[in-house]
Design a binder for this molecule. Structure first.
Ligand SMILES: [Zn+2]
Ligand SMILES: [Zn+2]
Length: 241
């Protein structure tokens, strides 16, 4: 399986990631990718990027080294109501917005029922495109309910490759990611497979997540990031805009 777009990557702007936009774009080109999204952490995460970082993403060229660069953010859920750490007015200016639970951002684990309710409230925000690492065992959710809500609000769920690596910060993700992948498959939804690279060498590393997607029954056709055209179509971006 060949996936040509990486929709979840971090640069030095995230505070705990180690490459620049230029280094990420070069690595993407070397790996033969058609596009990447730069999705640095929102400001609620300690060390995360300031809102000015996201406002100013407009200075990035549409392509670097022939790789389409999508301007994004990994927004944090900051409270029980599912509010985010970046304002809507700003999110509207971005190409791609990931939604995630992270520790130390104001929202703490409330168990499956509480996390699911908050996640679904957050999903009502029309600026969200992708739920990042919904299989995080630190913030368990009801897979079927979250997938149904994602479908209703036009968001897709992510299988996060770095959650499945031995170096993962979300250790123990395999079982919950597999059950989410199985539910997503049953529901007929498309999914996204992302690297969540925090250094350029990790760009386009999808192998563990692809294996899991295959195990759940997915083929390339139902993985959104298999081509830049599918991604741009989903994000409603005209390819030359
Ligand atoms: Zn994350
Ligand atoms: Zn991330």
């Amino acid at each position: 399986m060949k996936l040509l777009v990486d929709l979840h990557t971090h640069t030095v702007a995230s505070g705990h990631a180690y490459s620049t936009v230029m280094e990420m774009a070069k690595a993407a080109k070397d790996k033969g990718l058609e596009g990447i999204a730069i999705t640095d952490h929102g400001p609620a995460l300690p060390g995360g990027a300031h809102p000015f970082h996201f406002w100013n993403l407009r200075v990035l060229p549409k392509e670097i080294f022939g790789v389409r660069i999508l301007k994004g953010a990994e927004a944090n859920i900051v409270n029980l109501k599912g509010e985010l750490d970046l304002e809507d007015e700003l999110l509207e200016t971005l190409d791609v917005v990931l939604l995630a639970f992270h520790p130390s951002c104001g929202y703490e684990d409330r168990g499956i029922a509480g996390n699911t309710k908050t996640m679904i409230s957050a999903l009502k925000n029309p600026n969200i495109h992708i739920i990042a690492h919904p299989g995080n065992p630190s913030f368990p959710v009801d897979a079927a309910e979250v997938i149904a809500a994602a479908k209703e609000y036009n968001a897709v769920i992510e299988l996060n490759n770095s959650s499945l690596l031995p170096t993962a910060s979300r250790l123990g993700s395999y079982e919950s990611c597999l059950s989410i992948a199985n539910e997503a498959y049953k529901s007929g939804s498309e999914i996204v497979v992302s690297s969540d690279a925090h250094i350029a060498t990790g760009i386009g590393n999808f192998d563990n997540a692809i294996n899991l997607a295959l195990k759940a029954g997915f083929s390339e056709e139902r993985i959104l990031n298999s081509s830049i055209n599918k991604v741009l179509n989903f994000l409603k971006i005209k390819s030359l805009s």
